[in-house]
Design a protein around this ligand. Structure first.
Ligand code: FAD
Length: 477
């Protein structure tokens, strides 16, 4: 292990904000992915000046720096594969400005998404890219991953909401990127480049974000389907018909079974269900959108169709989807839910085929996979439920993942819709981006010539994630 000058770090952030005992290093060694690796030290800065000083020191001594928010990333983005400093950004959690006339807010990167929305609520506005992990996800981490959520189908992902930012570059300099206006045409849009860069190009210390009014009316509906194909075709028609859902989610039979089993919801165990929502200022307009979606569902053999404006009823209808992630981890006591090939996006017309391909591949390799997601954004999530102690199950998962990614690329889909690349998805990412890899590498080299910011991720990550990185599970041989 390289020597770290802990006293230098302590002099910058104070003794209590430098952690290096084994228990802390262990905790900070993983995120919500399957990967794990120990950092050398954890620092918790409180100001951008402290971030600058730490980065200057790291750049001089060639020490990796991994910025970390809530650590809820699913692909190993904050796992320090080359050791180094974990920079925990959660102390920088101030909301600096809510500017109503100019429709933006300025926040520090450690602000948790739910806290931002709580602060915006009294102004009658909300920040829409909100992922399902909004109770722990920070704005810095959402920028790092270009996170999105159930309402992104109408309101866009993080990249659409970021107007500007202050960022500490790998040299320790502070750069102001973007603007405070809705439009900006000047030169390269560097603030957008930072979004989705997974902490490899700079450390965001302040973000300027736009928000939107909370709609007067929201109506949520559900439709069941006997086949995934029917549900997929309904999605494709809804999106091609000019309908404007504010949410369009798909859940498959495995997902429905999981929430029934763990939460006793008593949902009908069909092959698939769609959850759709419309929102707006005028009730008649919302009715119009909801009716259109219901009619399209009916046309594609949707059953048990219902909808409601009532917030309690809406919460009930959405409950299964909301609690899906924890439910999957309890689906079977012997199986863990792993985030592998978990977040592709595919063209709408291929939604049904992709879901079928996921199920076929799982069966072929004797693992359980589910298909669900923000299908209105083209997003197709999966989880692999497997016995993580068994080496052969990892091998099956590796083969299944490779086959699914190959299929997704063949239909012009993409490796990651919103969870990012990190370590787990590097192989497919590199294949998908093979024509632009040199450009990506040149950008990284230009901004971070010493390769100190989150090294070994994205295009630098190894192809074979099973053998080339440590897993957070103990695997029997
Ligand atoms: C139950 C569950 C549900 C989820 N649902 C969704 C979902 O619906 N949509 C979705 O998009 N994702 C989802 N995720 C994945 C993840 O929660 C999000 O992508 C989230 O935005 C990550 O935020 P975080 O603060 O935890 O980031 P972290 O995991 O800490 O970091 C993510 C990336 O951002 C970088 N980063 C962190 N802070 C900074 C900074 N200040 N400057 C530069 N880079 C930085 C890190 O280096 C890393 O590369 C889910 C995860 C879980 C566990």
């Amino acid at each position: 292990m390289k020597r770290i000058d802990e006293s230098k770090l302590r002099s910058i952030v104070g003794d209590e904000n430098v952690k290096s005992d084994p228990a802390d290093l262990y905790i900070y060694g993983s995120d919500s992915s399957v990967h794990s690796a120990l950092p050398w030290v954890v620092v918790r800065p409180d100001t951008s000046e402290q971030v600058q000083e730490i980065v200057r020191y790291a750049n001089r001594d060639l020490i990796p720096v991994i910025s970390r928010g809530g650590g809820s990333g699913m692909c190993g983005q904050v796992v320090p594969v080359q050791g180094g400093i974990i920079m925990d950004m959660k102390r920088m959690n101030r909301i600096l400005e809510i500017n109503m006339p100019d429709v933006y807010c300025r926040v520090e990167p450690g602000v948790v998404d739910d806290d931002l929305n709580l602060a915006l609520k009294p102004y009658g506005v909300f920040y829409p890219p909100t992922p399902a992990s909004s109770r722990i996800a920070t704005i810095g981490g959402e920028i790092g991953n270009n996170a999105s959520g159930v309402r992104s189908v109408k309101y866009g992902a993080t990249r659409d909401a970021v107007l500007g930012m202050k960022v500490v570059l790998p040299t320790g300099e502070l750069a102001t990127l973007g603007a405070h206006t809705k439009v900006e045409a000047s030169g390269y849009q560097l603030q957008k480049l930072m979004v989705g860069s997974e902490g490899t190009l700079g450390i965001v210390v302040e973000a300027t974000l736009k928000f939107v009014p909370i709609p007067e009316f929201r109506c949520l509906g559900v439709a069941n389907f006997d086949t995934l194909r029917d549900a997929g075709e309904a999605v494709a028609e809804i999106m091609a018909s000019g309908t404007e859902p504010s949410m369009l989610e798909l859940v498959d039979s495995v997902a429905i079974k999981a929430v029934n089993k763990t939460m006793n919801l008593g949902l009908k165990e069909v092959a698939a269900a769609l959850i759709f929502e419309a929102d707006g200022k005028v009730k008649e307009a919302v009715d119009y959108e909801i009716n259109k979606m219901q009619n399209i569902c009916k046309k594609h053999k949707g059953m048990d169709i219902k909808s409601s404006y009532d917030p309690t009823e809406r919460a009930k209808l959405f409950m299964g989807r909301k609690k899906l992630f924890p439910a999957l981890s309890k689906y079977d006591d012997n199986l863990a839910s792993t985030s592998l090939a978990d977040d592709m996006a595919v063209p709408y017309s291929k939604m049904a085929d992709t879901a079928a391909k996921i199920h076929e591949t799982a069966e072929k390799h004797n693992i359980i996979m589910t298909a669900y997601g923000h299908c209105g954004s083209g997003c197709m999530h999966t989880k692999i439920l497997m016995d993580t102690n068994r080496r052969d199950q990892w091998e099956s998962a590796r083969k299944a993942v490779a086959e699914i990614y190959e299929y997704v690329r063949s239909i012009k889909g993409t490796t990651s819709a919103e969870h990012g690349i990190g370590l787990s998805k590097a192989e497919s990412f590199k294949q998908e981006k093979k024509d632009s890899l040199q450009i990506l590498q040149a950008v990284k080299k230009a901004l971070d010539p010493n390769n100190i910011l989150n090294p070994g991720k994205l295009m630098q990550a190894p192809d074979d994630w099973v053998t080339a990185t440590d897993l957070r599970y103990s695997v029997n041989s």
